[in-house]
Design a protein around this ligand. Sequence first.
Ligand SMILES: Nc1ncnc2c1ncn2[C@@H]1O[C@H](COP(=O)(O)OP(=O)(O)OP(=O)(O)O)[C@@H](O)[C@H]1O
Length: 261
Amino acid sequence: MASLQLDGLVFGHRGQALTRPVTVEARSGEFWAVLGENGSGKSTLMATLAGLVPPLAGQVAVDGVNLRRMPRKVLARRLGLLLQHQDVAFPYSVRETVSAGRYAHRPPWRPLRREDHAAVERALEETGLLELAELRADQVSGGEQRRVAIATLLAQEPGALLLDEPVNHLDVRHEVALMDRFRDYADDGRLIMVSLHDVNLASQYADRLLMLYADGTWEAGNTAELLTEDRLEHLYGVPLKEVGSDETPFWVPLGHRKRSR
Ligand SMILES: Nc1ncnc2c1ncn2[C@@H]1O[C@H](COP(=O)(O)OP(=O)(O)OP(=O)(O)O)[C@@H](O)[C@H]1O
């Protein structure tokens, strides 16, 4: 289990900030969705939270400890990141690739222990990959490779999972199965933070939202309070209309033709 503290965090590249300073606490057991248009900084935020991109200002702490002072292996047990584009580069089997997720839990160059095998098999099962486990990971389909990357992260068993557009390329069945699984992880006390383009997935699964606006401002809070037509239009630059019921709201973008009627 892990919590993340963003304290005056400014993230960006080559000295160019993508947002004003962000101060947010994401606690263990919460399911966060990060929303924003293309280029608003969702991936950069995820990479900064995982320590792959240095903050331009402020800091990120994991369970109160500054990320930069935490040894990588310790950090990998607390926090795991699924990148937006995570290529399978080596000709290993699906099972061998997923096994790499166990590196943070065992001494180097030692064989997998019983609990490592169990975590790998669980991750394969949860991502629907058991039947593909002996195939070469670099030769399975695009959506299957995405599930291999997710399974590798699940095998890592971090306290907080940062997932950058995890369900892109997945069919609806696997999308729902994995979002349900992430929700279960949050209910079991892990922290889940997912960047999404699908407002309806955010609305269904996330209890908390971080909205990154193109002008560098941001808002964080409860999903039900933040998902309003005004905010979504500010976020995406097009109107989205709320339909459905109060318990299950859905958001439909209004294209040019509908708007001009
Ligand atoms: N390594 C880099 N060096 C310089 N600029 C970068 C780098 N990576 C991303 N950027 C720029 O930073 C901005 C934010 O990119 P980022 O990938 O974080 O956005 P995003 O919200 O994840 O976008 P998308 O929805 O398209 O995935 C973009 O303008 C992008 O071009």
